[in-house]
Write a protein that binds this ligand. Structure first.
Ligand SMILES: C[S@@+](CC[C@H](N)C(=O)[O-])C[C@H]1O[C@@H](n2cnc3c(N)ncnc32)[C@H](O)[C@@H]1O
Length: 246
C-alpha cells in the first residue's frame, strides 16, 4: 500500500484536531488556569466548602467566579455588614454562586421571572434593541430556588424592578450584583442600591461592553455623579465594580 502526501496531511490534521479537542476537554474538567493564589491557599487550609469547590468547577466564567469569591472574602475580612442582592437572576446560575459564597447573609433576588419588560426595551439602541420580552422568559421562581438549593436566607422579589423592591428598601447591602442588560433597570438598580450600600460595600455591574450600550450609559452617567470611580474586571463580558467609600 502506498502512502501519499494527501494521506499524511490528512493524518496530521486529524491528529491535530484530536489533540486540540483533548486539551479543551482537559481544561474544562481540570483547568487550573488563573486560579488566584488566595484561592489556592484557602483550598490548602480547608477554608473552602465542598459546595463552593464544586461550583468553581461547574461555573463557566472562571474570572467572574473568582472575582465574586475575592470580593466576598474581602467583605468578610473587613467585616462589612449587610445583605446580598442580585438584580437580574434569570435561572439562578449566578445567584447560586452568590448564595453559597456567603450563606450566612440574606440574599435578595429581583427579577420579573418572565423576561425583559417591553417598556425597558423601547429605549434601547444597537444589539440590545433586537431583544424581545421573550428573552430570559423561560424561568420560574420555584425552579430557581431548587437550582440554588440553599438555606432559608433567600428572599425573592418577583416583578418589575424597582417597583418590586418592597421591604427590601429597608435593608442595607454589602454586595449587589446587577445583571439586567438594559439601561432602565441598570440605572434604577444603581440609584436604589448605592444609598443603601454599607461603607466598603460593593456594586458589581455585568455586561459593561459595546453590545449592551445601555449598561455603559447607565454606569457612566451614574459614576459621574458619585465620589467613587469604577474598577474593570476581565471576565468574559466585562464587569465593573464600585466600592462605596467609608
Ligand atoms: C442576563 S439575565 C440575568 C442572568 C443571571 N444573572 C445569570 O448570570 O445567570 C437578565 C435578567 O434581567 C431581568 N430583568 C431585566 N430588566 C428587569 C426589570 N426591570 N425588572 C426585573 N427584572 C429585569 C430579565 O428578566 C432577565 O432574567
Amino acid at each position: 500500500m502506498s502512502v501519499s502526501l494527501f494521506h499524511i496531511i490528512n493524518f496530521l490534521l486529524i491528529f491535530l484536531a484530536i489533540v486540540i479537542g483533548a486539551l479543551y476537554v482537559w481544561d474544562l474538567l481540570f483547568g487550573r488556569v488563573n486560579q488566584p493564589l488566595k484561592w489556592k491557599q484557602a483550598i490548602k487550609l480547608g477554608r473552602v466548602s465542598d459546595v463552593v469547590r464544586k461550583l468553581e468547577k461547574q461555573y463557566p466564567d472562571k474570572a467572574r467566579f473568582y472575582s465574586w469569591w475575592l470580593v466576598m472574602e474581602q467583605l468578610k475580612e473587613d467585616k462589612v455588614p449587610g445583605d446580598l442582592a442580585e438584580v437580574g437572576v434569570y435561572q439562578g446560575d449566578s445567584a447560586r454562586v452568590l448564595h453559597h459564597l456567603a450563606p450566612e447573609r440574606v440574599l435578595h433576588l429581583f427579577d420579573t421571572f418572565g423576561g425583559f419588560p417591553e417598556k425597558d426595551l423601547q429605549s434601547e439602541t444597537g444589539k440590545s434593541a433586537t431583544y424581545t420580552p421573550s428573552h430570559f422568559a423561560d424561568t420560574k421562581v420555584g425552579e430557581v430556588l431548587r437550582r440554588i438549593d440553599g438555606n432559608g436566607n433567600i428572599r425573592v422579589w418577583p416583578g418589575y424592578f424597582p417597583d418590586s423592591a418592597g421591604q427590601a428598601a429597608e435593608r442595607h447591602f454589602a454586595l449587589v450584583n446587577i445583571d439586567v442588560d438594559l439601561y432602565n433597570p441598570t440605572r434604577a438598580a444603581l440609584d436604589f442600591f448605592y444609598p443603601r450600600l454599607s461603607p466598603r460595600g460593593v456594586l458589581m455591574v455585568h455586561d459593561y461592553n459595546e453590545d449592551w450600550a445601555g449598561v455603559i450609559r447607565a454606569v457612566d452617567e451614574f459614576v459621574a455623579g458619585i465620589p467613587e470611580s469604577m474598577v474593570f474586571f476581565p471576565d468574559k463580558n466585562g464587569t465593573v465594580m464600585i466600592i462605596r467609600n467609608k
